[in-house]
Design a protein around this ligand. Structure first.
Ligand code: PHE
Length: 337
């Protein structure tokens, strides 16, 4: 039996054949098991002799089975490893990546500059109450300056905000008379305009507001100069022209040296060397007062700029509609800017 078993085991090629032989010899009805079961019928002298032989045969069979088993296990592992080998030199599957929209790029850049000067970013709703958009900014009903900003009204008291200045009012209310107030607020604004290359009924502004004791016009000028230098280059200069906004007094329109020609005059700046980029001024005492800041103690400045205009100047974009057309050929150009 030993020879027969070892001979057959020698022939096996896989785990299954091995298992079959294990059953054949060592299983419940196996040949060796049969012999062991018959031991009771033997005489007292025969029993130890046959028992010893049977145990040796069992040990020999088990030894070969476990050696073979080990062999098959190793072969199987090797096969598996070979099958699952990853070729790390193969090119990866490309993951489609979007890019930051040029308007958001400009917003992020402006935010970074002002955060560096200690400002916080504030937000407000695009659907706004007449009170915040006009009243509290010193634009009472029937004020002629309301015509400057043709509005989309939803009800008599609710409209799409026409500028980001209502966030000034909301911020002052939220701060409850605390100082300093130093915020910038980017966001969408809406005006009844016919869309063309330079007009859009939806566009983006960034508002700035600072309130503290002793804030002066020179602080506004210094802040804006610092901003344009970081935004457009250290050589950039600013020019302030008297202007009018109901919520600032005095008010100033701010120009920067044309970044296309460096100030010598070109088509972009209509040969003037200057480009208008924002409106600004000292917060009107009535505006401070209406939102809980005593104008005898506190003063402040505010400014508002158009993000599309800055992006168009910065990237040489000639039509504001590009920002909203979602033409991938346009957007992809900003993937690595
Ligand atoms: N809100 C003004 C506009 O949209 C810009 C502005 C903001 C002017 C803050 C002065 C101060 O035209």
């Amino acid at each position: 039996m030993r020879q027969a078993a070892l001979g057959e085991l020698e022939q096996t090629a896989n785990q299954q054949q091995l298992d079959e032989l294990r059953v054949k010899y060592l299983g419940k009805k196996g040949a060796l098991t049969e012999i062991l079961r018959g031991m009771g019928a033997l005489s007292a002298e025969e029993r130890p002799v046959i028992g010893q032989v049977a145990n040796e045969v069992r040990a020999a069979i088990e030894g070969v089975i476990s050696a073979k088993q080990e062999e098959y296990r190793k072969a199987e592992t090797a096969n598996k490893l070979r099958a699952e080998t990853i070729d790390v030199t193969l090119p990866g599957r490309p993951v489609p990546l979007g890019s930051v929209h040029p308007l958001n790029k400009v917003i992020q850049e402006v935010e970074d500059i002002f955060i560096g000067m200690g400002y916080q970013v504030a937000e407000g709703p695009e659907v706004e109450q007449d009170y915040y958009n006009f009243e509290a900014l010193n634009l009472p009903k029937n004020h002629p300056a309301r015509d400057m900003q043709d509005s989309f009204y939803i009800t008599e008291e609710i409209l799409m905000r026409t500028h980001t200045s209502p966030v000034q009012v909301r911020t002052m209310e939220r701060m409850k008379g605390e100082v300093p107030v130093k915020i910038i607020c980017p966001g969408k604004v809406y005006r009844r305009d016919d869309d063309d290359a330079t007009h859009s009924h939806v566009f983006t502004q960034i508002e700035g507001l600072v309130i503290d004791r002793g804030i002066r016009m020179s602080d506004l000028k210094g802040t804006l100069l610092q901003f344009v230098r970081e935004m457009f280059g250290q050589e950039t200069k600013i020019r302030m022209r008297p202007s009018f906004f109901p919520f600032t007094e005095p008010s100033a329109e701010v120009d920067v040296t044309c970044m296309m020609c460096g100030g010598s005059g070109c088509r972009t700046c209509k040969q003037s060397g200057w480009l208008e980029i924002l409106g600004s001024g000292m917060v009107h005492p009535r505006v401070l007062e209406m939102s809980g800041y005593d104008p005898n103690i506190y003063s402040g400045f505010a400014f508002g700029m158009g993000v599309e205009r800055i992006a168009m100047l910065k990237y040489g974009i000639d039509d504001i509609r590009h920002f909203y057309m979602n033409d991938l050929r346009f957007l992809r150009q900003f993937a690595r800017v």
